[in-house]
Design a protein around this ligand. Structure first.
Ligand SMILES: [Zn+2]
Length: 180
């Protein structure tokens, strides 16, 4: 068991939130992650699925890959992974493979969360490794960032549809004149 340290947890989650903001600035869904070992950030990652045309390019996968390279080891022993959103099944399984010791996440994901919400793959006793899990660190900020992002995206989508409709109406109005 690693000793929980709420101040350190918030500190590293703030960094994950910054990385999530960076993801959003790149046009991605804002999710950020950092991996910490012995009080040091070993690697950072953010969601890059759209940019890389890669369905596996979640923030957690990015941070696991970068940490493995950094440590020259695919086993990330004595590490804590911080991520702004509850990991999905793919990322949960990857963290088990990597032997991450502890997972700290911000917002719960009621639809695809695989670390306690829909499934709990990181504490599955039939697997050969279980993680300690600390949910809800800076949960309000993490979930506000995501819901604000989706709200804005819905608005943009609606505005685009309206503009398309207006453009189509203009074309329709012009067409009869052309036929005359
Ligand atoms: Zn994932």
């Amino acid at each position: 068991m690693q000793k929980p340290d709420p101040i350190a947890d918030e500190f590293y989650m703030r960094r994950a939130l910054e990385l999530a903001t960076h993801a959003e600035q790149c046009g991605e869904i804002p999710v950020g992650a950092v991996l910490v070992q012995e009080g040091q950030i070993i690697a950072e990652g953010f969601n890059q699925s759209i940019m890389l045309h890669d369905p596996t390019a979640h923030a957690e996968i990015a941070v696991l890959r970068a940490a493995g390279k950094q440590l020259q080891n695919y086993r990330l022993i004595n590490s804590t992974l911080y991520v702004t959103l509850e990991p999905c099944a793919m990322c949960a399984a990857a963290m088990v493979h990597a032997r991450v010791t502890r997972l700290v996440f911000g917002a719960r994901d009621a639809k695809t969360g695989a670390c306690g919400s829909v499934h709990n793959l990181v504490q599955d006793l039939t697997a050969n490794h279980q993680l300690e899990v600390q949910p809800g660190v800076l949960a309000d900020e993490c979930s506000a960032q995501l819901s604000e992002f989706f709200r804005r995206r819905r608005q943009e989508h609606k505005a685009r549809k309206q503009a398309e409709k207006a453009a189509a109406a203009t074309v329709g109005a012009v067409t009869p004149k052309v036929q005359d």
